[in-house]
Design a binder for this molecule. Structure first.
Ligand SMILES: Cc1ncc(COP(=O)(O)O)c(C=O)c1O
Length: 331
């Protein structure tokens, strides 16, 4: 039998949680399978209600979808007319340029600053009367850098309210509460702000495809128009309910991953690489093209799957064995 080295390597290219669903969540999902013969709700009401209660919002201010990707798709379908501009950083989560293209929008890509932050002044300057949507991520994919509350509030103040601002918090559960922007308060002040979250990352439910957005009721109602009947599985609702009952277990998981993220960052910095401080479950290694080519070859040789970007390499935080393998390959 021929064994491909990647089968023995580490899958670190999709920012997945290296640990399976929390044990209590796994048990709840297994229990929910017994009723897999029954359809879920025609259009989800209970699931957004559950999430809204958690946030302290009214249920009509939350929309769910097939992962954050599904909700992003519906936002772009609703707000981006053919040829309209979507301003985003580059590099960013691939879904944004890809889905903008799908709906016939035009990507306006603004380079990150040299230290891996979204350049909020340049992004504001890129907004004009053709702009339908601006996308900000915090933590940012692929660099893991955060946008502080004050910087976001100022950005919103200077953005025309006719422009929809998507603030993507896919990795927010890894960020200490004191470092998070108070987005729940900001959506009250800015009806054009839509905040994205997902159960794919810290909660480890990427295969279930559960994401959501919250914002003002009129904007959420517009996004909901695109929902597919019976589009959310009953397992999604059971999974979210169980996740919310397992916050202590989740905190242990996120602490483990955050600690490993610190070790991975330190290991790569010791080798002389530039790595921004990441608040998420991945790190971004940048350098000159020759240096990056050498690292890419090392990862390929050792069967370590990572995400390659034009200016660097994004590496998902795995377990301690994965950290050791990455540092060895990068050396
Ligand atoms: C910034 C960001 N937003 C959204 C997503 C999509 O997540 P999902 O569709 O799994 O919920 C990702 C996935 O990697 C991401 O990095």
């Amino acid at each position: 039998m021929i064994v491909h080295p990647a089968q023995f390597g580490h899958q670190l290219s999709l920012n997945e949680n290296p640990y399976g669903p929390l044990p209590s969540v796994r048990a709840a999902l297994t229990g929910a399978l017994v009723e897999a013969n029954r359809y879920p709700e025609f259009l989800p009401r209970r699931l957004p209600g559950l999430i809204a209660a958690r946030l302290g919002h009214a249920p009509d201010r939350v929309v769910v979808g097939a992962g954050a990707t599904g909700v992003i798709m519906h936002i772009l379908q609703e707000f981006v007319t053919p040829g309209a501009a979507v301003v985003m950083a580059t590099p960013t989560f691939d879904g944004y340029p890809l889905l903008t293209d799908t709906v016939g929008g035009r990507v306006v890509a603004v380079p990150l600053t040299h230290d891996g932050h979204q350049d909020l002044q340049a992004m504001s300057a890129a907004v004009d009367h053709h702009t339908a949507v601006v996308v900000l991520c915090s933590p940012h994919n692929p660099t893991g850098t955060c946008i502080r509350h004050g910087a976001l509030a100022e950005f919103l103040e200077r953005t025309d309210p006719s422009v929809t601002v998507v603030f993507d918090e896919a990795y927010i559960d890894f960020v200490p509460p004191c470092d998070r922007a108070d987005t729940v308060a900001l959506v009250d002040r800015h009806p054009n702000l839509v905040v994205m979250r997902t159960f794919s990352k810290a909660y480890g439910l990427a295969a279930l495809r559960v994401g959501y957005a919250f914002g003002s009721a009129p904007v959420i109602a517009r996004i909901r128009r695109w929902q597919l009947p019976f589009g959310m599985t009953a397992l999604a609702e059971a999974g979210v309910r169980a996740c919310y009952a397992a916050e202590d277990e989740l905190a242990l998981r996120t602490e483990t991953i955050t600690r490993e993220c610190g070790r991975l960052t330190a290991g790569l910095r010791e080798l002389g690489y530039r790595v921004p401080t990441s608040a998420a479950n991945f790190v971004y290694l940048s350098g000159c093209p020759a240096e990056l080519d050498r690292v890419r070859a090392g990862f390929a040789r050792d069967g370590i799957q990572v995400k390659h970007c034009a200016t660097g390499i994004r590496i998902t935080v795995g377990d301690t064995a994965a950290t050791a393998a990455v540092v060895t390959a990068a050396r």
